[in-house]
Design a protein around this ligand. Sequence first.
Ligand code: GTP
Length: 617
Amino acid sequence: MGDFPNHLIRNFAILSHIDHGKSTLADRLLEETRTIQRKEGPGGNKQVLDKLKVERERGITVKAQTASMFFEDGGKNYLLNLIDTPGHVDFSWEVSRSLRACQGALLLVDATQGVQAQTISVFHIAKEQGIKIIPVLNKIDLPAAGPERISSQIATTFGLDPSEMLYISAKTGLGVTDVLKAVVGRIPAPTFDVGAPLRALLFDSSYDRYRGVISLVSLQGGTIRKGDRIASCHTRKKYDIIDVGIMHPEETSTGVLQAGQVGYIACNMKESAEAHIGDTLHRVGESVEPLPGFKPTRAMVFAGIFPVDSNDFTKLEESIKRLTLTDRSVTIQRESSTALGQGCRLGFLGTLHMDVFRQRLEDEYDASVIITAPTVPYMIIQKGKSKIISNPTDFPEASEVSMRTAEVQEPMVNATIIVPQGESMCEYLGDMMDLCSSHRAQDIDHRYLDSSGSSQRVILRSKLPLSEIVTDFFDSLKHRSSGFASFDYEDAGYEKSDMMKMTFMLNGKPIDALAMIVHRSALSHVGKGWVKKLKEVIPRQLFEVAIQAVAGNKVISRETLSAMRKDVTAGLYGGHYERKLKHLNKQKEGKKKMKRIGNIDLPQEAFFTVLSSKSGK
Ligand SMILES: Nc1nc2c(ncn2[C@@H]2O[C@H](COP(=O)(O)OP(=O)(O)OP(=O)(O)O)[C@@H](O)[C@H]2O)c(=O)[nH]1
């Protein structure tokens, strides 16, 4: 199984907008090639490559999975390596990483929805890599499908030849054999030299409790066998190959992998951190030029994660560390807060990534956590030096002397929104423009995507601060377009901005975990919203409590929580001593979970409530 000449190998990926059917098509391809058994009935094979529970629940692919299959065509047996890629904007780094192991990709488009924002972004990633792109129209079984219309839309948007279009239903299996034939017939075979020194590109890794790190590699020269001694170009560490094989779709040992193939290796690599994504592995004793690595991923959304019960910190930290073994794009730092105790500050690629991580912590490690409001990394430039700040607590006060000479910059993104614009849908474009304007958008520009037809679609481009889209932007976009708009964005560097630190105070004492960085124009709106929310969750005390939002030494908003009039035990009739004692004891028990801000006791749950509802916007 391991001996395959280049001309019988095809390495490809499926690219599409979220929900256009990648995972369903992957299942059909695996069935059609008898890699997995066909399961009839409504249960069927459902997204075999989507392994995580959260992926199944949310129907999104988070981590790219690889599967190899065999397909006979024209009397020849081909080895097809499929790399499933995630479709969400937060995970686009996985797409470019996966494509480095491919010579072609299927560009899958839902025939009822047509080209969407992520269809455009994944197309460009594939184009940049110079790989063969095969357009595939999916869901043609649906009555609402408009294959001809969408086909011409794809052809005009991407400059692809309509005669190359494949028409399929991943659900029923219609046209799936043609997809396999097109993969064999149109995607070029890899052209790597089996006789050359070994060069294996490490493009993904996972952690196995018993065997340590399992790495996915794309061989771009030479062969690799069980028992070989290899070294990493990045760390210079040496390893022995314990097992090597292909994903079929589970790990299937072959004893050998050759140039052009994609597969897994297990070596005596103990720590996940040793598997450096983008590293080149080579044979010990041979010197090779490392393959071009990957652009390192950058965390763009940061948040503090604290246990609901402060005694659970050690367990939480352990769980976070274990989880990051399977998701290396998350950055971790310890953090401690007077309001929330010990916690961790984590960096994510985007807000969906953060949500997925939290859900995995809850599902897989049974953790209950409080997450602070997400922050993007700000840049402070002073005396020619720049510093990145990703925790509002570290952000200097506007009133500090040093801030008078400093410049604050915030990360920007170029956003793409695609929205239908028919006679009955004329309001959407205006709504989308309003949405962008209310999120500090610049340079809003739009054009029609389709050249003709009654129901047209508009592509809207705009530059926005990243901080504006990490809160409620996506939800509002979906809501205001009745779910029709699609959205994607890419990094657009840093720009000067008038951001300020806002602090919330209880009787003059700051609640550190709630500090946030807000644009000057939004101070009053955000301040009022949060102060009101705090008033709802803070229990009344024996004295009056002033709740204030403060920025740059100025009180932006204030509410007063009046004092409790009665003794807590006063309501217990008859003054029965035992009852009273029991009640007081219960209260004492509850106090353990209380946090003290000045002389005010706050239950940890109050933070949970205030932080788990949407921001004050
Ligand atoms: N009617 C019909 N439904 C389909 C077809 N292909 C996929 N679907 C359905 O479309 C939905 C999304 O399909 P998935 O395969 O999960 O989409 P995906 O592109 O893998 O989604 P992500 O992994 O989250 O990017 C599921 O409910 C599928 O059952 C098709 O050909 N016809």
